[in-house]
Write a new protein. Structure first.
Length: 109
């Protein structure tokens, strides 16, 4: 995983072609890049993000932001109820409780 200006790139190896290829994974717009070495793939990633930002600026459009802070999750009704109860028992909103739980789980990794 690589990060540049808030955009996250995921890289895979194409062993047959002898190249590294990647894509930005945290937006809906498609940004791809490739190279034949680690240095090349890092450079291509940065250039692709910069090209995307320049392209958006030339068109007068706002680039897609990597994360808005909104996270919509569909849960089974029973799980939703249990989470709501735990949030209330902790004197938190459901959003605050879920944020705390996710931070705890992700810090363990």
């Amino acid at each position: 995983m690589m990060e540049y200006k808030g955009y996250i790139g995921k890289v895979e190896i194409d062993d047959e072609a002898g190249i590294l290829h990647g894509e930005v994974i945290n937006i809906r717009d498609v940004i791809t890049f490739e190279g034949t070495s680690v240095d090349e793939i890092h450079q291509a990633f940065r250039e692709s993000v910069d090209d995307y930002l320049d392209f958006c600026a030339q068109r007068g459009e706002s680039p897609e932001k990597p994360f808005s802070g909104k996270f919509v999750v569909r849960l089974p009704a029973d799980l939703h109820r249990k989470a709501y109860i735990q949030a209330k028992l902790a004197d938190k909103s459901l959003n605050g409780w879920v944020t705390d739980v996710l931070q705890t789980v992700l810090q363990e990794r």
